[in-house]
Write a protein that binds this ligand. Structure first.
Ligand SMILES: *[C@@H]1O[C@H](CO)[C@@H](O)[C@H](O)[C@H]1NC(C)=O
Ligand SMILES: *[C@@H]1O[C@H](CO)[C@@H](O)[C@H](O)[C@H]1NC(C)=O
Ligand SMILES: *[C@@H]1O[C@H](CO)[C@@H](O)[C@H](O)[C@H]1NC(C)=O
Ligand SMILES: *[C@@H]1O[C@H](CO)[C@@H](O)[C@H](O)[C@H]1NC(C)=O
Length: 356
């Protein structure tokens, strides 16, 4: 028989159950509230076991002459607008531009070479400490006549010098990654520019390059061979993941498809694909073979993906030895990767066009 006290007990029990349920709901609600919105994961560096320096983009790179980032003054824009047609026939190695280029290369060699040598073959040590140990070399007197300006992308800065004479400029972006903020600024500052964009992912990138930049878009990855390879790519859902993509030899692409002799500005950020053709830039390398010069480029190295720190080491070693490019503005964009700006001081047309 149900007694009055049994009924009370039952009621207490269901009340307790209700309380537990409400408490559970509150916990779930609090959890949902505090959970951060899903941020786009740009690079799954932790998964690759990288534990080197943290990104120093925020505290260091931004400090570079912030006033010289993005907003170019009316005076500079006027200068860009008013320059004369490029004429490379009268290049003269005694010119002011040649003198500045030579002095910049000397300053670079004097400052950077001993620091590079001090790493003595330890590529991981170099990778972790390069930014800190060479930052002082960005401010040497010998660079004071190079008009290096920064333009911001979504989460980083691209460095470049604007041309000192008029002609159609050639810009190439390898690895679009849904972001053409810097390219749009370039287009605004120097409207007479032909844009090429390459990315294995068509979504978003196609529209950005074709419609926003009025450029030519190509959907494949670049490497040193034409084949199917696995690469981290950025599909529409905004997380990098490894996928099978068709790669094309970058030398073949520039020489036979685009038929380029000179690239004025190159943005190279291809999620470790750069490892396959870093030697193309060297003296006597593939780009020399096909007779093509690159005046300036921003590159992001991704050894955090592959643990191949040696290629960065070799790339810098060869570049210092070649005395063709200076490199500066190093920054760890995100842990495991780092980026730098390279400027060609050897090619006559590059010197005339960008130095003076
Ligand atoms: C670089 O130097 C700064 C300031 O000297 C220091 O705070 C930072 O920890 C250093 N970073 C690395 C990776 O050594
Ligand atoms: C530079 O030229 C562009 C068009 O080519 C023009 O829209 C802009 O106003 C000019 N800027 C200056 C500061 O002369
Ligand atoms: C777009 O590019 C084409 C080919 O390079 C050029 O002929 C055309 O004038 C450009 N259009 C605009 C609006 O800039
Ligand atoms: C392409 O690069 C990879 C990695 O450096 C190398 O193993 C391969 O031999 C290269 N292929 C050609 C055709 O040079």
């Amino acid at each position: 028989m149900y007694s009055q006290t049994d009924k009370m007990k039952d009621r207490k029990k269901s009340f307790a159950k209700l309380l537990i349920f409400i408490a559970f709901l509150i916990v779930v609600l609090i959890y949902l509230q505090t959970r951060k919105p899903v941020e786009p994961t740009y690079y799954p560096h932790e998964r690759y076991g990288y534990n080197g320096p943290k990104s120093d983009l925020d505290d260091l790179e931004i400090k570079f002459d912030t006033e010289r980032v993005d907003e170019i003054s009316n005076e500079i824009q006027k200068l860009i607008n008013s320059t004369e047609q490029c004429d490379f026939s009268d290049f003269n190695s005694e010119s002011e531009g040649s003198r500045i280029a030579k002095s910049a290369m000397d300053g670079f060699q004097k400052c950077v070479r001993p620091i590079f040598d001090s790493f003595n073959g330890d590529s991981r040590e170099l990778f972790d400490n390069w930014v800190n140990s060479t930052r002082k070399c960005d401010f040497i007197d010998e660079y004071s006549n190079l008009d290096i300006l920064g333009i911001t992308n979504r989460d980083e800065i691209k460095w470049l010098i604007y041309p000192k004479c008029q002609e159609e400029n050639i810009h190439v972006t390898l690895g679009v990654g849904h972001d053409i903020r810097a390219e749009m600024k370039l287009k605004k500052h120097q409207p007479n520019t032909k844009f090429y964009g390459v990315d294995p992912m068509i979504d978003i990138n196609y529209e950005l390059i074709t419609y926003d930049l009025n450029g030519s878009f190509f959907a494949f990855a670049l490497a040193n061979e034409t084949k199917i390879q696995y690469f981290p790519v950025l599909p529409k859902l905004e997380t990098y993941s490894k996928q099978a993509v068709a790669t094309l030899d970058v030398g073949y692409f520039f020489e036979k498809l685009l038929k380029l002799r000179r690239i004025d500005t190159l943005f190279l950020d291809i999620e470790s694909g750069e490892e396959y053709f870093f030697d193309y830039f060297s003296k006597g390398g593939k780009f020399d073979e096909i007779g093509m010069s690159i005046c300036q480029f921003n590159i992001e190295f991704h050894p955090g993906y592959t643990k191949n720190y040696d290629f960065v080491y070799k790339f810098l070693e060869q570049t210092i030895k070649d005395k063709r490019y200076i490199f500066l503005r190093p920054a760890h964009h995100v842990p495991g990767f780092f980026k730098m700006y390279f400027l060609n001081l050897e090619n006559k047309e590059c010197v005339k066009k960008f130095i003076g």
